[in-house]
Design a protein around this ligand. Sequence first.
Ligand SMILES: NC(=O)c1ccc[n+]([C@@H]2O[C@H](COP(=O)([O-])OP(=O)(O)OC[C@H]3O[C@@H](n4cnc5c(N)ncnc54)[C@H](O)[C@@H]3O)[C@@H](O)[C@H]2O)c1
Length: 457
Amino acid sequence: MSLVAEGLIEKIDSRTARISVVGLGYVGLNVSLSLASEGFEVHGYDIDGSRIDKLLQGINYVQEEDHLSGILPLMLNTKFFPSTDVDNASEVGDIIIVIVPTAEGDIPTLDYLEMALDSITQNDIRGKLIILESTVQVGTSDEFVKPILERGGLKAGTDFFLAYSPERIDPGNTSMRLRNIPKVVGGVNQVSAEIAAKLYEAIVNSVVMVSSMKTAEFVKLMENAQRDVNIALVNLFAIMGEKAGIDIEEALFAASTKWNFHKYHPTCGVGGHCLKKDPVLLAKSFENTGIDLTLIESSRRINDYMPILTAEKAISICREHIKRDPSSVSFGILGLSYKKNSSDSRNSPALFIIERLKERGASDIRCYDPHVNLTIKQNTLKEVLDSNIVIQTVAHDSFKGLLDNYQGYVIDGTNTLDPSEKVIGIGRFPLRGAVGDNILEDHAREEKTAGMASSRE
Ligand SMILES: NC(=O)c1ccc[n+]([C@@H]2O[C@H](COP(=O)([O-])OP(=O)(O)OC[C@H]3O[C@@H](n4cnc5c(N)ncnc54)[C@H](O)[C@@H]3O)[C@@H](O)[C@H]2O)c1
């Protein structure tokens, strides 16, 4: 190992390494404050001035990571220094971590990454370690990031160090926080990976080193593509069940009594910044290779269809039961975030449901989500509960029991309510016969206690 590399490791060990984090969103703020809490001097950069203003006032804007609200004021101006001056990041930091968005909506883009790299190359990066954490297409670190950083004539791996380490945090998940999620690290060469691993060992319990940056990129995309395909499969089962008059939750309960059946639940859609774009990134990584990618592509199509299916259920209630045109029916959307107890509404199924309802002529659409602060107009809970049809899109804890006395029709996009003539779930039918509701309820309770993975979360 070169003297420069040893020097950097020594600085990490003694906590004298200065770290710049470029991009202070859901991931970047978390990583910054974890490093600061471990004694590093962290300089956080973001182009969004309003975010920096909030941080300078000690305000945490990542609502679902509320533990950060206590840490931020403690670290601010002692170990954590937020700024908009991104061009300074590589001047100040010995290690620069880049965690900027890699999609606009659900369309992948490298524009933010390119902008961040342009800022980093404003200064001499000799002897520094640059780590990319954003989720990217396989090959991006080698073929896009490295050439930009080498533009000034320095060579990655010798003149400066370069690593890729995908982020796996799940904002709002209190049982899986940054520290107990193993961190995968790949470097442009062994020494780069070792320095990056050394840094992460300070903030996570387990580091998993892989042999290349592209392996680490592939790992992240595999993880999310696997989840997307699994969810699509259960959504497809639900659609099949609807055609055949089979209650999907009853069938899932029975199937999951087999030891190797992995249970997911159908819902009104998949949202968020990652799950919609990561399988696309994986497929794009292998386009023109002759590999048949239809499994990934059709899973995306099925999951994108779920909000449409949900909206269409409401439309058919208008025509078949209320016997009115959608234009004269009121719709209440209960939940705007894409997952439970979260304020994150990026690519939320609710937004696609609203769009579809409007396309089908609905004009009285009311929305309520106490977690979400969106630019679209929100209504009061009472106004939503006064609607002819309520569509529940997410099972926030605060929504429990809200619909117990509701008299209108409910479309349950979460499959957490008991189905009835007026409560229509995804692939659900009121149960009769052998499997009683109580068995399903007991099973749901057991699942919750065991913390089983579910596509509802
Ligand atoms: N949110 C998650 O749960 C999650 C989980 C794992 C991985 N990721 C990945 O991490 C990356 C970041 O995601 P996020 O959710 O933190 O995004 P985010 O939108 O919450 O935050 C990104 C931040 O980067 C800032 N930014 C954009 N361009 C910049 C630039 N040139 N210089 C400085 N700041 C810049 C934005 O203003 C924003 O504040 C993405 O690639 C995402 O796929 C996210």
